[in-house]
Design a protein around this ligand. Structure first.
Ligand SMILES: [Zn+2]
Length: 229
């Protein structure tokens, strides 16, 4: 097995998704050095980012956690580029699995009974070919066994690109983005809402507000792969 892995690595070299260095046969996705320096968040530290604090206080979310945090210019943002734009969504499954193991050890998933991914608009889904959040959900499910509920929430309109807009414009822009065509799928549940990266939290807040307005007797927790500080 190891022999064939070495042969494949020779023919099709793999590279670290953070620093770009060529990977050894024993390494997956990241080189050892980048993995050891990964900016993991410790859930129990209670060291919430401003965006997470908004979710936990203003939105009455039960729990919120991110796997890693990074600054805007950090090379670790490349993990998200691979996940969303460079057609390597499997890196999301891998990192979500690692994050889920760390969080499961802290009791983060207690009481949560299902997962809902932040939906893409139909246009963006066609263009990208996949929803990166579904790959994150796969990684969580491997650890927790939680099922994914599809089709309960939808993204309505292709809104203006959010990049380049100021913080307050983004808040306004995120409104009216989502709808809940099948609230009955969520009624009485404690769902884990899954997104890839949180910056201001505006998009997540918009979805949480719509779900709270449309579904009776619902509890919401939030899992994101990364948070930008
Ligand atoms: Zn590296």
């Amino acid at each position: 097995m190891y022999f064939w892995k070495r042969v494949f690595d020779f023919l099709l070299p793999r590279y670290c998704k953070v620093c770009g260095r060529r990977l050894d046969t024993s390494e997956t996705n990241l080189c050892v050095s980048c993995y050891l320096s990964m900016p993991f968040l410790d859930y129990q530290s209670g060291n919430f980012s401003p965006a997470e604090r908004i979710l936990l206080t203003e939105r009455n979310v039960v729990r919120a956690a991110s796997v890693i945090q990074y600054e805007k210019e950090s090379n670790y943002r490349r993990i998200l580029f691979h996940l969303k734009y460079w057609n390597h969504p499997e890196v999301g499954t891998w990192l979500a699995g690692i994050g889920a193991e760390r969080l499961a050890a802290k009791g983060f998933f207690e009481g949560i009974d299902s997962m809902v991914t932040l939906p893409l608009s139909a246009h963006k889904f066609r263009k990208r070919g996949y929803n990166q959040c579904d790959y994150i959900a796969q990684g969580i499910s491997r650890v927790t066994g939680l099922p994914l509920i599809n089709g309960a929430v939808e993204r309505d309109v292709e809104h203006q690109r959010q990049a380049g807009l100021g913080r307050y414009q983004r808040w306004g822009n995120a409104e009216g983005l989502f709808s809940v065509p099948h609230p009955e799928l969520l009624e009485g549940r404690h769902i884990l809402l899954i997104d890839d990266v949180m910056t201001t939290g505006a998009t997540l807040c918009s979805l949480i507000d719509v779900i709270n307005d449309s579904v009776r007797n619902i509890k919401i927790s939030v899992f994101t792969l990364a948070i930008v500080v």
